[in-house]
Each structure stands twice: as structure tokens, then as C-alpha cells.
Write a protein that binds this ligand. Sequence first.
Ligand code: NIG
Ligand code: FE
Length: 418
Amino acid sequence: MRMAPLPSADGVWDRLRLAPGALADGDDIAGEAALVVAEGAIRWIGESARLPAAFAGLPRFDGGGALVTPGLVDCHTHLVYGGQRANEFAMRLAGATYEEVAQAGGGIVSSVRATRDADEDTLYAQSAARLEQLLADGVCAIEIKSGYGLALEHERKQLRVARRLGRDYGVTVRTSFLGAHALPPEYAGRSGDYIDRVCREMMPALAAEGLVDAVDVFCERIAFSLEETERVFKAAQALGLPVKLHAEQLSDMGGAALAARYGALSCDHIEHLSAEGIAAMREAGTVAVLLPGAYYTLRDTHLPPIEALRAAGVPMAVSTDHNPGTSPALSLLLMANMACTLFRLTVPEALAGITRHAARALGLQDTHGALGVGRPADFVLWLVRDAAELAYWFGQQPRRTIVRQGRIASGPLEKPIA
Ligand code: NIG
Ligand code: FE
């Protein structure tokens, strides 16, 4: 689907307030700031009073004192799938656990059936509607996993949809191949054979088609063992692909330490992360991705070890984990709110979690998650007084103007004023 081009954001954006920590390099700017966009990138950023005269003649957008943040980064989603699973929500409310739902033939495998049944265009349309919701919150870069196909052609279909969404919506998409998400029913009792297939057939084929930016595994007693996880990591390493892991969500499997040994970009969920896991992640520079939406939906009570992660200086990202089973969430700002309320992150930690650290979890730290010269023009002007409002309100969207890949994607400031 070709979309009508959005209006260009080229010009000078002035009368801005930069959110604390927004700049990639250098100190915060306390006073009025300006930013120059040219050909989709940030050309200049700094105090308004220092705007070089050379830019004076460019179109001018009056920020009116808006707060500016980098475009948000949602670093863990399962956005592309068929159907939905509201029935399981009802089962869980009636007392079933996530594991019991999975054992009863629901769970991931039921989304696998719906995803296999959907053709590419149907999958695209269903996923696009969800993407639009996330983008409306100011998301400018997003990770999208496969893992509801669990067979070459269906994993390919999911990843192709993810790539198409990135092109059509002008949003940075990083794909993760999650072939090892669940055991497909046709492999029941033959987990090892399935992992062989993931490593020998699916991963190399999809990587060769340019569909894979990273490789993920669900390491858990209801999914894949530590040993199976390592086989997948070895195959990824042989193809030069970075890894990440669904680690220690329901139990401590030692997955995080293993992932760190393979230089993982991130370990995600980590409610049951151990001290050894934290030490290994710190050593490897692996990001901890917190997923309060899944914690909330599963009515989990086992908090991730936030204080220990903080003390160790492990960067903490926050993401929606959007998926039909455990986190049907489509607002990254709501996740920032929940990370504060449920996990006791500070507001600056939560805001770094949906920008700077989220970018690092995708290997995008040099281009996304902070503002700087030469980076893509991905930023959001929020009509709020205080940066804390981004995590404070929930169930409503603060008024904002979104600039994504140098285009004005939505908001009141659609045209230059001069
Ligand atoms: O991130 N933990 C595993 N995968 C998803 C759940 C997927 C599903 O239930 O469909 C998650 O929570
Ligand atoms: Fe997930």
C-alpha cells in the first residue's frame, strides 16, 4: 500500500524546551532551544539564541514552548499476528494460569493457528491498525518479532509484513526472528528436531532474504530449554546475527547469563533474574527490557530486581511487549506509567527506558533514542508543562506533534508559520 506523502518537516523548529536527557551528546539546555531539519535529518540543535544565521531564511515552525523528546522506541513487540485471544483473558480471570491456558491448547499456539490461516494482506491490515495506535503515541522506531508462524513460510510472511509496515509508514522497524517461541503442534514431543529446523532451515533462509535483524528465543519451562536456546544462539552467531532473549519471565532458567555470554543486545521480562544474571548482563553491556504490560496482565507479583539492576548500572528499557496473549497493550506511554507505578522506576528512568535505552536494546543507539546532529529527524513536541506528565497521565494522550523520518506525521503543527 502506498501512502500519500506526509508534509515535510524541513525548516527551523524554534521556541522549544528540550526534555532532560534528550540530547545524544552534551548537557541539557535549560533555556529556549531550536532544532533545524533538512532532508529528513537533524542539521543543528541548540540554544535558540545561537541559531546560525545561515538557517534564518528556512521555513519556521513555532514550537510555542512545547517540550521536545526524541521519537519513542518500542523495543519488544509481537505486533504481527492473526486473530486475538480475548477468550483467554476470560479464562485467566476465572482462575487459569498462563501455563494452564497454554497446556489446554490456547496460548501462543492458538495465535499460531490464526496467523497461519491469514494471508499476507490480511495479516498486514490487522497489524497496520495496531501499528497506527503505537505511532500515535510518538513511537518512531519499533521492534517486531516473528514467532507466530513457526514454519518457514509463515515466519517469512510475518517478517515480510513487518518490513512492509516499516516502508509504508516511514517508521524504523527492526525485525527479530523468534522461530523458537513455542513448539508447533506438528513437532509435539520432538523439540530437538524443531530446533534443528529453526537453526538449519528457517534462520539461514530468512536471514538470506534480509528479513532478520536479530534472533530471539523464549527460554522457559513451557518453551525452550537452556541447551536449546544455546543451539539457536550458536546458529545466529554463525550468521553474524545479534541475539536477545525472553529470559526468566516465569522462573530462573539461567537464560540471562547465557545470553550475556553471546553478547545479547537485551534480556527481556527478567522478573526472576538472579544476581549472577545481573552481573553477566552488566559485563556484556546487555540491556534489561522491562515489560510491565505482561506483568500486569498475568497479575504477576514477582517484581523484576529493579534496585539491583539500578545498583549495577544495567540500562533499563521499557516496552509494550505488544502481543495477543500477555500484553494487548498499544500505548508505550502507558507502559512508562506502569513501569513507575508497578516497578518503582523514577520518571527519568522510565523516559530513558522508552527512548535511549530502548534504542540500545535494538543496537540503534547511534541513530535513535536521543537527539543529535546527523541523526534522523524523529522527535515529538508535547504540549505539556512538565516531562513527568508523559508518565503521569494514563488513558489519554497528551497533545503532541510527531515528526518521523523528517515528516510531520500528526499533530497541531502541520505547517510552517513563516
Ligand atoms: O512476550 N513470553 C513469551 N511470549 C510472549 C507471549 C506471547 C503470547 O502469549 O502470545 C510474551 O509475553
Ligand atoms: Fe515478548
